[in-house]
Design a protein around this ligand. Structure first.
Ligand code: C2E
Ligand code: MG
Ligand code: MG
Ligand code: MG
Length: 292
């Protein structure tokens, strides 16, 4: 009986692996023409100043509307885009599209905002990265200090000298640099000190169950205190409740980002909200009266 069960399990496993392989192949195939078929778009999520409540930046987040599968979240396709190299043309497009968006807000006379763009490991290692960044700035006409690039700890730790050199080249252009998902990687503090970055984004897992979770309170407060000592700003990611917001305000976090303020939304919707309330006033924060 055990043997038979084993065999069945194996047969099941084979079919499962087969379907999985098929699925991956079709995603990779479809991804190749997603860009040319206009299936990709960017959603924008604001970051608000923890003290005065004003919006100061927007993060560009990639969206794929697949013709038959519907919306596919970035965590489900970016790994394949990385693997196949499709992330290079896609990332180039993201940079340009995001810079265009920030420039358009300025052209409409709205208070200027930074735009934050996520870089993938393969993009970071690619020899054309600097060219693609320059191209996005030149084509959009956006001044470099309105652009912020997000990288992760693991990208910095693989080849530290390459990382430091690349970050310095980007910094020298006047662009800001942020470490995304901070606290989830393995970067040591002594290594972090050598990286020319401006800002840490505390991973949203550390905000979970704050203020009930005492460990998370300790971790988040420590990261923020350390960042301050190092002269870095901090963005708290994944702020969903007023309790989390109040905690972050109390410990002097710089910026907050999360569903409490806004989900990632398409550019036109964001612009309409921002036009209606460009100051992102304290009232919105304190009473959560404004949906964005
Ligand atoms: P990330 O850069 O850490 O982006 C934040 C993610 O957290 C986003 O997921 C956002 O929708 C989500 N989020 C924001 N606020 C909240 C909240 O209050 N609660 C919860 N539960 N989630 C929140 P999203 O858009 O699915 O993106 C996932 C990841 O995909 C991003 O994580 C980033 O690593 C990657 N990604 C997105 N766009 C790009 C891109 O253009 N290029 C590259 N290379 N990676 C991208
Ligand atoms: Mg990010
Ligand atoms: Mg993150
Ligand atoms: Mg991430």
């Amino acid at each position: 009986h055990a043997k038979q069960l084993g065999r069945n399990t194996f047969a099941f496993y084979e079919t499962y692996m087969d379907e999985k392989a098929q699925h991956i192949l079709s995603i990779e195939h479809d991804l190749r023409n997603a860009l040319a078929s206009n299936q990709l778009s960017l959603a924008y999520q604001p970051q608000v100043n923890a003290q005065d409540g004003r919006i100061s930046a927007i993060e560009a987040l990639l969206r794929w509307q697949h013709p038959t599968r519907g919306a596919i979240p970035p965590d489900d396709f970016i790994p394949y885009a990385e693997e196949t190299g499709a992330i290079i043309p896609i990332g180039r497009w993201v940079l340009l599209e995001a810079c265009n968006a920030a420039k358009q807000l300025q052209a409409e006379g709205l208070p200027h905002l930074k735009v934050c763009v996520n870089l993938s490991a393969r993009q970071f290692d690619h020899p054309d990265l600097i060219e693609h960044i320059k191209e996005a700035l030149a084509t959009s006409g956006l001044a470099p200090h309105w652009l912020e690039l997000e990288i992760t700890e693991s990208m910095l730790m693989r080849d530290m000298q390459y990382a430091i050199d690349t970050l310095n080249r980007i910094k020298m252009m006047g662009i800001s640099l942020a470490i995304d998902d901070f606290g989830t990687g393995y970067s040591s503090l002594s290594h972090l000190k050598k990286m020319p970055v401006d800002l840490l984004k505390v991973d949203r897992s550390f905000l979970h169950d704050i203020p009930k979770d005492k460990d998370n309170i300790a971790i988040t407060s420590t990261i923020i205190a350390m960042a301050r000592q190092l002269g870095l700003s901090v963005v708290a990611e994944g702020v969903e409740t007023k309790e989390q917001m109040r905690f972050l305000q109390d410990i002097d976090c710089t910026l907050m980002q999360g569903f409490l303020f806004s989900r990632p939304i398409d550019f036109e919707t964001f612009k309409a909200h921002y036009k209606a309330c460009p100051f992102h006033c304290r009232v919105c924060l304190e009473y959560n009266a404004c949906s964005i």
